[in-house]
Design a protein around this ligand. Structure first.
Ligand code: SF4
Length: 99
């Protein structure tokens, strides 16, 4: 793996598939980032629009999609969408965030 330069505010998102109910709310709010796989669970997508089928995979949150992703976090019935800062891996939106 080559080292990547990260910005302090860069965010990434991952889903805990173990808690996903498969309702698809996240994919409705932010289809650029989330998609349901044939197993009925939601997964994140890469910047190349590729479904990342490994449970717990992360993908970068584009700034212009942050509102949609945060809305997904808030509406997610499984409480299983996690958004964290890339720089220090602190969760900023999600069940483990401090708000
Ligand atoms: S909103 Fe949450 S529970 Fe619903 S499909 Fe997305 S990750 Fe799964």
């Amino acid at each position: 793996m080559s080292p990547q330069t990260t910005h302090d505010e860069d965010l990434e998102v991952w889903i805990d598939q173990g808690l996903c109910t498969g309702d698809g709310i996240c994919a409705e709010y932010a289809p650029e980032v989330f998609e349901l796989d044939i197993d009925g669970l939601a997964y994140v997508k890469s910047e190349q629009d590729e479904l990342l089928q490994e449970p717990g995979s992360t993908t970068r949150v584009p700034l212009e999609l942050l509102t949609d992703v945060v809305d997904s976090v808030k509406k997610c019935p499984g409480d299983c969408i996690h958004v964290r800062r890339v720089s220090d891996q602190v969760e900023v939106y999600g069940p483990e965030a401090d708000d």
